[in-house]
Design a protein around this ligand. Structure first.
Ligand code: HEM
Length: 517
């Protein structure tokens, strides 16, 4: 009879457990184990709170570089970088006019790594604006806004608006001359409906412009009330709104069946090159019975997961790559160029010219013709037009394809010519010969509001796209033309506003030509 095994002494057991603790911590954190089989790759995703918004398998079309160019992920990376660096900046920033400027100076010159973190924050915010605009253009040109993704396009527009709002509110926080006077201009734009209510003489009892300005600033001028409002919007309300919208945006991508792809994507892809992880290599752990009768096309009965690959590792490694590249670009920019900081804000000495952030300079150019048309009229038209795209274009040809739809590349190329030519011609005319107010001093403001370079440019683009709809008998062709023209106009106006406008918004070929005093 063999002697019973003696239990290990308690001290020995304690030592073994201590040695095994790091491995066990990992095992309990990632309960699915090493993602090396079909099943563990799936459990890796749906047992992780951050990853389970993804589906466990992804279509090979989605992974093609040209499908999304990673622009949505790059935008997400830009946001996370601004979020992390923004939280770090909050340790030192003080949102009171007499302390704000000094606290930014401290961050820039005194706090260890403060300048680097501030630079990353500024650059990541800029990168985010660029990538979100490119991402919107990508989803538009691949007609990915069509059924069932219409509402996600609208959520995207909300994301665009909140992204620009975050940037605008952040602009005031350093409380330097640039910030102070750019926000003063922004507030005057908010007040610009007065241009119309004054013209028809109703401002005394109906003043939406004045109300908008007061809501924005909490006062008649940019002061402590405005700073605390902008601060709260910048660090709390808008980031929360962005995170909520992003969650819905991502969740809907999943519910809409992943990214849009052409109907014949499977034929076009052909057989997968190289080895693909095998599907259904293990017997199922559970069995299912048909528990409900489901409406619609949801259960993919009879459809195998052909032409899909596990998200882990294919999709996640691609996403990780885009994250790392975006971070690298932001870090490099932060090392090369400093975020600007001018002198302390001085309400009695206007900055001239006071320029908004670069992506609002196209608007500022339009505002110089008419505050109401440039600041409210045209932006509202553009937003309404963009929002309606998926509901007006109900066609199917070309979904998921670059420049898909009737006319395709030819329309886009022609629209590039029309878009650039019209914007350059109208701007050159206005710069060279002036506009109605310079010709007839006494002309009523209402006439200038209705007839100015901005409204004429919008009308040219509008008529051109209606012509395209008729010519190709297709709403998509009209949308391709209008969207491309809109991008051209945005580019031309932004470049003129950024590089060729000086004091009093006069045109100069170079800042070297600006008057000295
Ligand atoms: C903060 C801003 C935004 C973030 C973080 C974001 C993120 C993403 C991501 C990660 C995807 C998956 C595909 C990809 O990476 O491109 C996506 C898809 C999509 N986004 Fe966005 N997005 C934003 C803004 C927008 C805007 C402004 C629009 C349009 C107005 C938009 C419309 C769409 C649509 C329609 C899809 C589905 C595309 C498809 O099925 O191919 N998004 N977004």
């Amino acid at each position: 009879m063999s002697a019973p095994a003696t239990p290990p002494p308690a001290l020995q057991e304690f030592k073994d457990n201590l040695r095994a603790a790091p491995r066990r911590i990992l095992e309990t954190a990632f309960r699915s184990g090493n993602p090396s089989t079909d099943r563990t790759r799936s459990t890796f995703i749906f047992s992780n709170v951050f990853l389970h918004l993804h589906s466990v398998r992804v279509h090979r079309w989605t992974l093609k570089w040209s499908t999304s160019m990673g622009l949505g992920i790059a935008t997400t990376a830009g946001f996370l970088l601004t979020l992390i660096t923004g939280i770090l900046l909050m340790f030192y920033y003080k949102p009171y006019p007499d302390a704000a400027y000094q606290s930014i100076k401290d961050i820039h010159f005194v706090v260890p790594t403060g300048r680097f973190i501030r630079n990353i924050h500024r650059w990541a915010a800029n990168v985010m604006v660029v990538t979100v605009i490119l991402h919107m253009a990508r989803t538009f040109y691949t007609a990915s806004y069509r059924r069932p993704r219409e509402f996600n396009w609208l959520i995207g527009m909300g994301l665009l608006a909140v992204t620009l709002g975050l940037s605008f509110t952040g602009y005031l926080l350093p409380w330097d001359q640039l910030a102070y006077w750019a926000i003063t201009i922004g507030a005057n734009i908010a007040q610009s409906p007065r241009e119309v209510t004054d013209a028809i003489g109703i401002t005394g009892w109906f003043d939406p412009g004045g109300m908008q300005k007061f809501l924005l600033l909490g006062s008649d001028t940019v002061g402590p009330e405005a700073l605390i409002r902008f601060y709260l919007l910048h660090v709390m309300i808008l980031p929360l709104a962005l995170m909520a919208l992003m969650s819905v945006h991502f969740w809907r991508i999943r519910k809409d069946g992943g990214l849009a792809r052409p109907a014949d994507a499977d034929q076009r892809l052909g057989n997968a090159p190289g080895p693909v992880y095998p599907v259904f290599t293990q017997a199922p752990l559970k069995t299912y019975s048909l528990a409900a009768i489901v409406r619609g096309r949801t259960p993919a009965v009879g459809n195998g997961p052909e032409n899909t690959v596990p998200s882990m590792p294919h999709l996640f490694y691609a996403e990780l790559g885009v994250f790392m590249l975006t971070t690298l670009v932001c870090l490099a920019l932060a090392l090369i160029a400093d975020a600007p900081l001018k002198e302390l804000a001085n309400p009695s000495i206007p900055e001239n010219p006071a320029k908004a952030p670069w992506y609002f300079l196209g608007l500022q150019e339009l505002v110089s013709f008419s505050a109401f048309v440039g600041g409210i009229g045209i932006p509202t038209l553009v937003l309404a037009g963009l929002g309606l795209i998926p509901y007006l274009d109900r066609e199917e040809a070309g979904t998921g394809e670059w420049f898909g739809g009737p006319g395709g590349r030819k329309v886009v190329f022609q629209a590039l010519v029309v878009g650039f030519a019209a914007a350059l011609a109208i701007e050159s005319f206005a710069i060279r010969f002036g506009w109605i107010r310079e010709w007839y001093l006494a002309v009523p403001q209402f006439v200038v509001t209705v007839l100015n370079p901005g409204t004429i440019l919008a009308a040219v683009y509008g008529f051109y796209s209606v012509w395209l709809v008729k010519r190709y008998k297709s709403t998509r062709a009209g949308a391709l033309g209008l969207f491309t023209c809109f991008l051209c106009g945005f580019l031309v106006l932004t470049v003129i506003g950024t590089y060729f406008r000086g004091p009093n918004w006069v045109f100069y070929w170079s800042p070297g030509d600006w008057p000295r005093h």
